[in-house]
Design a protein around this ligand. Structure first.
Ligand SMILES: Cc1cc2nc3c(=O)[nH]c(=O)nc-3n(C[C@H](O)[C@H](O)[C@H](O)COP(=O)(O)OP(=O)(O)OC[C@H]3O[C@@H](n4cnc5c(N)ncnc54)[C@H](O)[C@@H]3O)c2cc1C
Length: 300
């Protein structure tokens, strides 16, 4: 019986395990190897690690966890969680199971990209979604935005002070004329026909449309969506917010006693959505762990 099983070893789960290990709480960290920034070559906006490859960041964090005898790491997917506070059982994909008094869910979210041929191959390398993470690398450059929606205007507002020219492309269908008028008034070019495919020519991104090709330095995707990476919110009957994220309180606790959540998969009801970043995820992991340490200390 572990004190805590942490499910997920991105920044949220790694930090939770570190905090628990430093407090000598027996901890099992489980990882299926599916990271949101898996395809990303360099992460940004992470103090002390601006430009670090996410894989190096995770490898260093895991190596540092090795110094804590109370933390065990297993690379195996979790399939099911059952039980209640002080006695949870976690069923693993290799047929074994593990037990713990508390659970930290840090399984993140997955990005569902719009169905544009070629986009998957560019994701995290030349196609992005977050201006804080990847906008500065396109300073003064010509970029494209895939999708003409409310999110497009929001992205333009953030990217306009950074990039040079912005071209908006419709996805699936031609951009809505009302949105086109709005964007053109903001001096943004809107391509009149939808994207057929996107390609990396080794130097830039070529956006192919029936009306001709346009080359841009990179793409931002306004037309995607996110979903919970793992099925545990549903399995455990956790309260879920309109954003699709698990609801947590100020201390990282979910609606089910003994189950905490940290990182991209959860936020407080006072926020419209999660602030998805490595630093925020790590901070949430630390909060969840610190509160569980207090709870366990009160029980001995
Ligand atoms: C293209 C892109 C670029 C980004 N760039 C940046 C950037 O530059 N800077 C920045 O701060 N943020 C960036 N982000 C956001 C950042 O990646 C996330 O905010 C961060 O990874 C969230 O951490 P997390 O620990 O919540 O989830 P994740 O990092 O996604 O980790 C989830 C963990 O859960 C595990 N898991 C999932 N299901 C199971 C299961 N069933 N069993 C066991 N384990 C499971 C996974 O294997 C993984 O270990 C970027 C995001 C994207 C999509």
């Amino acid at each position: 019986m572990y004190d805590v099983i942490v499910i997920g070893a991105g920044p949220a789960g790694l930090q939770a395990a570190l905090s628990l290990g430093r407090m000598h709480r027996s901890t099992l960290l489980l990882d299926s190897g599916e990271y949101r920034n898996g395809p990303v070559a360099h992460m940004h906006n992470v103090i002390g690690n601006d430009g670090t490859p996410p894989a190096d960041f995770r490898a260093k964090a895991r190596a540092q966890l090795g110094a804590y005898a109370d933390v065990r790491v297993r690379d195996v997917a979790v399939e099911r969680i059952e039980g209640e506070v002080d006695d949870f059982t976690v069923a693993l994909a290799d047929g074994t199971s593990e037990r713990a008094r508390r659970i930290v869910l840090a399984t993140g979210v997955a990005d569902d990209l719009p169905a544009v041929p070629g986009l998957d191959a560019l994701w995290g390398r030349r196609a992005f979604t977050c201006p804080f993470c990847d906008g500065h690398e396109f300073s003064d450059a010509s970029i494209g935005i895939l999708g003409a929606s409310d999110r497009t205007a929001h992205l333009i507002g953030m990217l306009a002070p950074i990039v040079g020219e912005i071209t908006v492309f419709g996805v699936g269908e031609a951009p809505d004329p009302a949105v086109v008028g709005q964007l053109e008034r903001a001096s943004v070019r809107v391509h009149p026909v939808p994207v057929e495919r996107v390609e990396d020519d080794g130097v830039q991104v070529v956006v192919r449309t029936a009306d001709g090709d346009i080359a841009v330095a990179g793409l931002f995707v306004a037309a995607g969506s996110i979903r919970q990476r793992a099925p545990f919110a549903e399995q455990l009957g956790l309260q879920v917010l309109p954003s699709g994220a698990i609801e947590i309180d100020e201390f990282g606790r979910t609606s089910v006693p003994g189950v905490s959540a940290a990182g991209d998969l959860a936020h407080r009801a006072t926020l419209p959505g999660v602030v998805a970043s490595v630093v925020m995820a790590a901070a949430a992991g630390q909060m969840a762990a610190a509160v569980l340490v207090q709870e366990l200390a009160a029980e001995h």
